[in-house]
Design a binder for this molecule. Structure first.
Ligand code: ZN
Length: 309
């Protein structure tokens, strides 16, 4: 990849073996050096300096709080436990930090360090999952946190449920020196991006790419090549970036999802990556679409590509 993709560089050791030991997790919660990253309504506590910095609390900051969800162990860094904690509707000032505020993750991600953005992606997704799984989907009884937050267990039927990640394919559909981009309904005139969609049950990545491109634009895709991926914590997707070679070029729009889909040249894309225009504006660097298009604009799709017979 030519550029760094946000949310991809989480430095924490997830401590998968250690977190199964409830006593070990409880001990980490009590250690003075353990660190806590607070979220309110899935926004993260941070401070604006030259760059945006995460504000890590120590356990003492939690003592004054009356209402928060069980901390979730994110992992270890240099042997120090790092937790995420949902402090519900508390204001940043109530945590005793001047100049700190709860920042919306998508907005602040570009100004975070790569490591911090990676940690925030994990934390936001896992806290969202806990918030949505407080009751058992099978019997409706309350569930509680297990294994430092890597699962929940039902108090009624004892079923254990695990966090899930939703795979999404996102692809630069290309043919010769052009790529096919779509504009969603409600988006302004020049705002085009890669086609994308959730992987369906019982479907491979390649099948999902071909199905989505056919459904949304009526274009036949033959060869699909994986290129790069990105965790996307809104709430919990894995974006699977591909190059998809088009066998046909006539566009038949699915008017439900896309307002328009059209072919753009490599030069069009290069210009749009440098400066947006009324003709073409592509997503910014927070999104993997930007990086897929950037790499395609310099020919990355051809590396190892063999034309279909
Ligand atoms: Zn149950």
């Amino acid at each position: 990849m030519a550029g760094h993709i946000p949310f991809t560089s989480n430095p924490l050791d997830r401590a998968s073996n250690l977190r199964h030991d409830d006593d070990w997790v409880a001990a980490q919660l009590q250690l003075a050096e353990s660190r806590f990253l607070a979220f309110s309504r899935l926004n993260v506590l941070c401070r604006q300096a030259e760059a945006t910095e995460l504000v890590w609390l120590d356990g003492s900051c939690l003592d004054g709080l009356t209402d928060y969800c069980a901390p979730v162990l994110l992992g270890l860094r240099d042997g120090v436990a790092h937790f995420a904690i949902d402090v519900l509707d508390i204001e940043a000032t109530q945590l005793g930090f001047d100049g700190a505020a709860f920042g919306e993750v998508r907005g602040i991600a570009p100004s975070l360090s790569a490591a911090d953005a990676g940690i925030v992606a994990q934390a936001r997704s896992i806290l969202d999952w806990h918030g949505r799984n407080r009751f058992c989907g099978a019997c409706g009884s309350p569930t509680s946190v297990k294994k430092g937050g890597s699962s929940r267990q039902c108090s009624g039927c004892e079923a254990e449920v695990f966090p899930r990640t939703d795979p999404v394919v996102i692809m630069v559909v290309w043919r010769d020196d052009k790529c096919l981009l779509g504009r969603r309904s409600g988006r302004p005139g020049g705002a085009y991006s890669c086609l994308a969609g959730f992987v369906d049950q019982g479907e491979t990545i390649e099948e999902a790419v071909r199905r989505e491109v056919m459904e949304e634009a009526g274009v036949v895709v033959d060869e699909v090549k994986y290129h790069a991926s990105q965790p996307w914590p809104f709430p919990s997707s894995l974006m699977i970036g591909c190059f998809a070679h088009a066998a046909t070029d006539e566009v038949h729009l699915d008017d439900l999802e896309l307002a328009d889909a059209r072919w753009f040249t490599r030069d069009d894309v290069r210009r749009a990556l440098e400066s947006p225009s009324e003709i073409l504006t592509v997503p910014g660097p927070v999104a993997i679409a930007h990086h897929l298009l950037s790499d395609w604009s310099v020919g990355a799709e051809a590396q190892g590509h063999t034309e279909p017979a």
